[in-house]
Design a protein around this ligand. Structure first.
Ligand code: S3P
Length: 741
């Protein structure tokens, strides 16, 4: 920051005063000069020790300023122009920036006053207000972990932008850039509209003749909701006027939604009300979680930016009775079919992980009223086969390949256009495996290069049924085509090269839709209806796997996993562990909602390496990260082949496991379609999960047999499938700690 010389702060209110205090604390510049209209404010700031000099007029300091100096204008939006006018004679090298909440009006003022836009004038806006105002409210930590938006213009000199960025970064802020127009639209919705509503609500209530009583008895709701109505009145008057057009648009949209809510109340329309309240609650809860991780920080947009590190101490064993969360595959399908059904579907045991929630949100975005999730309970108010509505923007699928692939089948059959997007990992995954057969059915689908997301699905001109043989064993592709088949003309037939999970077929039948199976072929005919039903989701065998393998490798272990789904198309892990010599028993076998479940007990027994039978691969496809840890702890070699699909999961799981195992001292040989692991002593070390939830959890349990501490990097995505993994792992006996870096 050697470049930052003097900083002149014009306006010593909360924003200006706090910058002065923060610069002082950070010793980020040589001199801080304060300018305030009122002499008392100047004296107060001097008394507080946050500035070195105080003046009541900027003109007197201008001649002493030059290169490396910055003027920060922190006066109410509509007073900015007066200051700009006074700066017309400023030395050319002086960098000027501002903190006004509206950028379009300041841009105009600058151009009007100067007659052009100066290269050293960098527009900015620190997002760090508070209902407090005045120099007394100055807070030296106000900007720490808060965002500052700069809205540079094409006229700006890069060095001027860099100097302003550096100033904000020196006080702990995160600087990001946007266009002037984007800034004003975003802020109108997220800040200006809420302030307009809060001021108006308090004004409405204060006019009531009983207002004394209203304020006296006002419960927490009033207090929470209207806190911002005690913000600076002049400042907010100015902001509304300066950002008039965008604020009007935001108010109009809100008014029409409020009227819709009014109608729903007037007509006692409980479903519509549940829709608004559940959508809003879900959105707010999500926002709260984001705020908890870091207020107004980049983690709000990209959880991958934060490295969640698991540190696991070596040794120990696992004990106890554990119920892992609901099955991910079945959770996705319960929302999809529940939405397309007629009537209300009640789901129990829904997985509240990010992936299944992405599916849930997508259907909310298409107008389906979904209540919950609340401790695994979800109520879906089905809209019928033709009832989905066009979403207002792209449907965001996060990390979830299942959401994107299955939804593309449903969306191909709709009369509206849609776009499916995902996170960094999902954006690299192959989608032509669904897009190509859907195109054969008549769908128009655009993808990014090489069939990667986003997927753009054009408004349907009607699908026709096809007879399709899957080139790979994939339940997602099979399910996608069956779901598209619900909307296609005729009988859709899908033949699979090897059995894959059949939850879609089972659940369709549970919803009263006829599905035929003939050997390796599944078929259905369009034109039917789905009827709502109750669904109980078993515990996810893919999540249970981590504890099954943990018990299988750690001497002295004995765990029982309850209520686990043991659908025959999912039990590869049970078969493989038993072939390796694991002491694994099933009890209490029963059926819930068309799916078999059982309790699975695993007690430690020495494992031996095996050649994994290829027909078991699709039946345990998600379980290989954990199974390869079992292989590392077994005596001799374990050979996995016929598993090329592992290379296109959330990450290339063959390479990711090989990298991690080698880092922990285990010999591995990779093949295009598999891996050979030679059992041995796991050492401690640091491994990369590549943001893949199952890689992260696999290396966590590996520590049970390691002779040193294992750290696993980038574990945030464990929340996609197993949100309480850490808690259950700790309870079972794994010494696991979470750190952030
Ligand atoms: C899934 C199918 C499998 C599996 C995924 C879930 C499903 O994917 O790996 O976690 O719910 O249909 P593929 O169909 O790509 O094998």
């Amino acid at each position: 920051m050697s470049e930052l010389n003097k900083v002149v702060i014009v306006g010593l209110g909360l924003i200006g005063g706090s910058l002065a205090a923060a610069l002082r604390k950070a010793r980020a510049c040589k001199e801080i000069i304060g300018i305030a209209r009122r002499a008392e404010t100047c004296q107060q700031a001097m008394r507080m020790g946050i500035i070195d000099q105080a003046h009541t007029d900027i003109a007197s300091v201008l001649p002493s300023l030059g290169k490396g100096d910055v003027v920060f204008i922190a006066v109410p939006t509509l007073s900015v122009r007066k200051i700009i006018s006074a700066l017309k004679n400023a030395p050319k090298e002086l960098v000027i920036t501002d903190g006004a909440s509206v950028k379009g009006s300041v841009y105009q003022d600058v151009v009007t006053e100067f007659g052009y836009f100066p290269e050293n004038f960098v527009l900015g806006h620190p997002i760090a207000g508070s209902e407090k105002s005045g120099v007394e409210a100055s807070n030296e930590d106000l900007y720490v972990d808060h965002r500052v938006i700069l809205t540079p213009c094409s006229e700006n000199r890069p060095a001027a932008i860099a100097l302003v960025s550096a100033m904000w970064q020196s006080v702990g802020a995160e600087v990001l850039e946007m266009s002037v127009a984007d800034h004003d639209t975003v802020l109108a919705a997220t800040s200006h509209l809420p302030h307009a509503i809060a001021f108006s609500l308090v004004d409405t209530l204060a006019h009531d003749s009983n207002n004394e009583n209203i304020f006296r008895y006002a419960a927490g709701g009033f207090r929470d909701f209207t806190r911002i109505a005690s913000s600076d009145a002049t400042m907010w008057r100015d902001i509304m006027l300066a950002n008039r057009e965008s604020v009007l648009e935001a108010i109009d949209l809100f008014s029409s939604n409020l009227n819709r809510l009014r109608d729903a109340i007037a007509h006692s329309d409980a479903t519509a009300l549940a829709g608004v309240f559940n959508r809003a609650k879900f959105a707010r809860d999500r926002f709260t979680k984001m705020l908890e991780s870091r207020a107004y920080s980049s983690s709000m947009q990209n959880t991958e930016s934060k490295n969640v590190v698991y540190t696991v101490q070596p040794g120990g064993s696992v004990q106890g009775t554990i119920r892992v969360p609901g099955d991910k595959s079945i959770s996705h399908r319960s929302i999809m079919l529940g939405s397309l059904a007629e009537g209300t579907t009640r789901v129990k045991g829904f997985l509240e992980g990010e992936d299944a929630l992405a599916t849930l949100q997508a259907f909310r975005d298409m107008g389906v009223v979904i209540e919950g999730p609340d401790e695994g309970n979800v109520t879906v108010h089905g809209v019928g086969m033709q009832g989905l509505q066009a979403p207002s923007g792209p449907l965001y699928m996060g990390n979830s390949g299942t959401s994107m692939r299955l939804l593309s089948g449903i969306l191909a059959g709709q009369q509206f256009e849609s776009e499916l997007t995902g996170d960094v990992s999902l954006s690299k995954r192959p989608m032509n495996r669904v897009a190509n057969p859907l195109r054969e059915m008549g769908a128009q689908i655009d993808t990014a290069e090489e069939g990667r997301p986003p997927l753009r699905i054009k408004a349907g001109g009607g699908l026709k049924a096809i007879d399709y043989t899957l080139p790979m064993a994939s339940a997602q592709v099979k399910s996608c085509l069956l779901l598209a088949g619900l909307f296609a003309d005729g009988e859709t037939r899908v033949t699979e090269p090897a059995p894959t999970r059949d939850h879609t077929e089972r659940m369709l039948q549970g919803f009263g839709y006829q599905v035929n199976r003939n050997g390796s072929q599944v078929s259905l005919t369009s034109g039917g209806k789905l009827f709502a039903c109750d669904i109980e989701i078993p515990a996810d065998i893919s999540s249970a796997t981590f504890f099954m393998v943990a018990a299988a490798i750690a001497p002295g272990s004995d765990v029982t996993l309850t209520h686990v789904g043991i659908n025959p198309t999912r039990i590869g892990v049970i078969n493989i562990l038993q072939l390796m010599g694991s002491n694994l028993t099933l009890s209490n076998k029963r059926e819930v909602g068309g799916e078999p479940v059982a309790d699975i007990r695993v007690q430690y027994a020495p494992l031996k390496g095996i050649k994994i039978p290829e027909e078991q691969v699709p039946l345990g496809i998600d379980e290989f990260p954990a199974l390869l840890i079992a292989a590392a702890c077994a005596e001799g070699k374990t050979v996995l082949s016929g598993a090329e699909e592992l290379r296109v999961k959330e990450t290339d799981r063959i390479q990711a496991m090989a990298d991690g195992l080698v880092a922990l001292g285990i010999a591995c040989e990779t093949r295009a379609d598999g891996i050979i692991v030679t059992g041995g002593q796991l050492t401690g070390g640091s491994v990369e999960s590549f943001h893949d939830h199952r890689i992260a959890m696999a290396f966590t349990i590996a520590a049970l047999r390691a002779n040193g501490t294992i750290t696993v990097n980038n574990c945030a995505n464990v929340a996609t499938s197993f949100p309480n993994f850490v808690e259950l792992a700790q309870k079972a006996g794994i010494s696991l700690e979470i750190n952030y870096s």
